[in-house]
Every structure is written in structure tokens, then in C-alpha cells.
Design a binder for this molecule. Structure first.
Ligand SMILES: Cc1ncc(COP(=O)(O)O)c(C=O)c1O
Length: 382
């Protein structure tokens, strides 16, 4: 398989000779009308009906007990880790194969990551790797799960649903229960992805979603914390909105808070985008099937959803047979105006995380060296 055939195939799919990005937003519904409504009402900022509407829409769609809108997905994850009581000096187990935001959020809690491998089934954190690491390195005590060598607490496990493909949540829940560790799902990429019928981000104690411009739906910038209970949700809303105690005019804040509020202007965009999410999901599934057919019978392996789950196919991906073909495709497609991208460099290669504890990362390293993301903007395929 050469870059030229991929370029031809993608151009035929999108029916254009123009530049084809990896994932572009589309606004063909009520976006303009709702955004104009916020401007005309002057409620463009941190209060307004669209923020509430958007939170309720996400609750209805995901089935979470309470959704709390935030200014972006990183802020949602930061708030979720705060609510999960991650503290300075704690360890948080996550995957080395992720976008840097996962690690930035825990770093800003004063925690350090422990990097473990991903599963070939879904490219997300492998429950067996987590359990094996804990068996070897941890003990459960009255003070929580402790890392034996350092005595530091292992407070949370943060799996990431890579490109929208759900991780093995039942198994991760069991590991977290066994070791008394919180489960916080980085569901930034997986709005519209379901694990055995449950929406990703709703199985753990908390989940964090992103509405960045490249995600399945966008608010320009935005995020959402999905909370397991009403009570946790109310508290999350409180701390993400400066922890102000409700009063018509007095200012009293009863704990340290964040200003992570999503502006009404952005929430308006989100409400309109939620009206068309089903259409995007259908189009993305059809697009993924088309890629799968295209690569079928070649030595390139198209990444498909695990059999137990329904993925949103946020970013399509293919595993190349070797590093040379990966390079040829990256250079050939990008120089022909069809955007493709390698996966992120593994987190322990970044200067701020290079001295962190890690387990065997063989499969993450293999994926890092072989995987390419393909254009994934939803498109009507006849
Ligand atoms: C895995 C992952 N986590 C977190 C984020 C952070 O989201 P945001 O860009 O909205 O801050 C993103 C996306 O950008 C992501 O892909």
C-alpha cells in the first residue's frame, strides 16, 4: 500500500481536491441561531440558559447522574482528579500512550504518573497490566493503596478511551475495588462511545469529556465532568464555579475553587451540536467501515472497535506493517494535501515525565512506531 492509493481513496471519499484535514467541525444545524441568541440576550458569559441546557442534554445522552460543564477537557479532568481526592505526592496510574493533557491534569494536582501498557484490544490502559503492577509493587493499608518502595499513595487509575474505543471497564473497576483506588475515565475522545451499553465516562467515579474543535462535537473549547452521584456532581459544580455560596449579593466562598465555568456562548454551540450527534455517529461509523474495506486483505491493520463496545470512531487509525511504510505514507499524504498524523510520542519521552515509574510498555512502543491517524471528519457517503 502506497501513499498515492491512500490519497486517491480519501479524496474519493470526501469528493474534493482541496486540503483534507484530520478532523474539522461542521455547523449545519442551529449553531448560528443559538449563538446569536446569547449575543442578543447579552448572556454570553458564565451564566445563562444554554449552560444548564447543555448539562441536562449530556446527562440525558450519557446517563450520568450529573454533568458539569467546564472551560475545556483538561479542566474537566483536573476537577475530576481534585474531586477524587488526588493530592500532592500521590501516584496516579495511567497509560503512556495518551495525549499530554491526561498527564498535565494530574501533574497540576501535584501527583506523579505511573505509566503502564495499553491493550491490543482497544489501545487503552490494560487492566491486567494494572493488576500485575499493583501485585508486585503495592499494598492496601488503612491509609489507602501504598506504593511499597516509596510509601506514597496510589490514589487513582486514569484510563483513556483512545480514539473513542472503550477500554475494558468491568475489569478496571474490579482492579480498582480490589486495590481501593479511584477510577477516573479520560473520556475526552469518546463522547458517543458505549461500553456494554453504558456511556464511557459514566462507569468510573468520574469521567471527563472534551468539546475541543477537533472532537466529535465542539463548543469551540469546552469540557464536561461526568459524576457518578448527584452529591458528587453538586460538589463538582460548586468547586468549578469558584465555590461561591449562593446569595443575591454577598461574596462568600467556602473552600478553594476553580473558575472552570463554560461560557454560555460556547454552551449554545454545544446544544446545537448535540442535536446532530446521532448523524455524526452514523457518518463516522460508515466512514470507518469504508476504511476497513479499503485496508482489508492488505498488510495494514485498520483499528476497529472492541467486540464488547460501540465506538464513536472519533479518529480513524491504521497500523502499518513497518516503520518505513509509515514514514512513506506520512510524507506522501501530507505533501499531497491529505492530512495524516502519527500517534503521540509516549509520555515518558517528554522531559517532564521522563523520570517517572513505568512498567513494560512493549505494545505502546509498537503502536507509537506503526500507527497513523487518517482523516475522520464526518461525511455523507452515498
Ligand atoms: C486524551 C485527551 N485527554 C484530554 C484532552 C483535553 O481536552 P481539551 O483539549 O478540551 O483540554 C484531550 C483533547 O484535547 C485528549 O485527547
Amino acid at each position: 500500500m502506497k501513499a498515492t492509493s491512500i490519497v486517491e481513496f480519501v479524496r474519493d471519499t470526501y469528493k474534493t481536491d482541496d486540503f483534507i484535514p484530520l478532523h474539522a467541525p461542521t455547523f449545519e444545524g442551529n449553531e448560528k441561531a443559538y449563538v446569536m441568541e446569547t449575543i442578543e440576550s447579552t448572556f454570553v458569559s458564565s451564566v445563562g440558559k444554554f449552560v444548564d441546557d447543555f448539562e441536562r442534554k449530556i446527562e440525558a445522552y450519557t446517563g450520568t447522574a450529573k454533568a458539569v460543564a467546564t472551560v475545556n477537557g483538561t479542566a474537566a479532568l483536573h476537577a475530576a482528579l481534585y474531586m477524587a481526592d488526588v493530592q500532592k505526592g500521590d501516584f496516579v496510574i495511567t497509560q503512556a500512550l495518551t495525549f499530554v493533557a491526561t498527564c498535565n491534569a494530574l501533574y497540576h494536582m501535584g501527583a506523579d504518573p505511573i505509566f503502564l501498557d495499553v491493550s491490543p484490544m482497544n489501545l487503552g490502559l490494560c487492566p491486567k497490566a494494572v493488576d500485575a503492577f499493583l501485585e508486585e509493587s503495592a499494598e492496601v493499608t488503612d491509609a489507602g493503596c501504598l506504593h511499597k518502595q516509596t510509601g506514597r499513595r496510589i490514589k487513582a487509575v486514569v484510563p483513556m478511551h483512545t480514539f473513542g474505543h472503550p477500554v475494558e471497564l468491568d475489569e478496571l473497576v474490579a482492579v480498582c475495588l480490589k486495590w481501593n483506588i479511584a477510577l477516573v475515565e479520560d473520556a475526552a475522545e469518546s463522547l458517543g462511545s458505549f461500553y456494554k451499553g453504558k456511556h464511557t465516562g459514566t462507569v468510573g467515579d468520574f469521567g471527563a469529556v472534551s468539546f475541543n474543535g477537533n472532537k466529535i462535537i465542539t463548543t469551540g473549547g469546552g469540557g464536561m465532568v461526568l459524576c457518578k452521584t448527584q452529591e458528587l456532581g453538586m460538589h463538582t459544580k460548586h468547586v468549578t464555579t469558584t465555590a461561591k455560596v449562593a446569595h443575591p449579593y454577598e461574596f462568600f466562598h467556602d473552600e478553594p475553587g476553580f473558575n472552570y465555568r463554560m461560557p454560555n456562548l460556547n454552551a449554545a454551540l454545544g446544544c446545537a451540536q448535540m442535536e446532530v450527534i446521532e448523524q455524526y455517529l452514523k457518518q463516522k461509523r460508515r466512514l470507518a467501515e469504508r476504511y476497513a474495506d479499503f485496508f482489508n486483505g492488505t498488510d495494514f491493520k485498520f483499528v476497529t472497535e472492541p467486540e464488547y463496545a460501540q465506538s464513536n470512531y472519533w479518529l480513524n487509525a491504521v497500523i502499518c506493517p513497518d516503520k518505513e511504510s509509515r514514514e512513506e505514507i506520512l510524507v506522501g499524504t501530507n505533501s499531497s494535501g491529505v492530512m495524516t498524523r502519527p500517534i503521540w510520542q509516549l509520555m515518558h519521552r517528554l522531559p517532564m515525565f521522563e523520570n517517572t515509574i513505568r512498567g513494560d510498555l512493549s505494545y505502546s512502543e509498537f503502536i507509537e512506531a506503526h500507527l497513523i491517524n487518517l482523516p475522520s471528519t464526518p461525511v455523507e457517503i452515498k
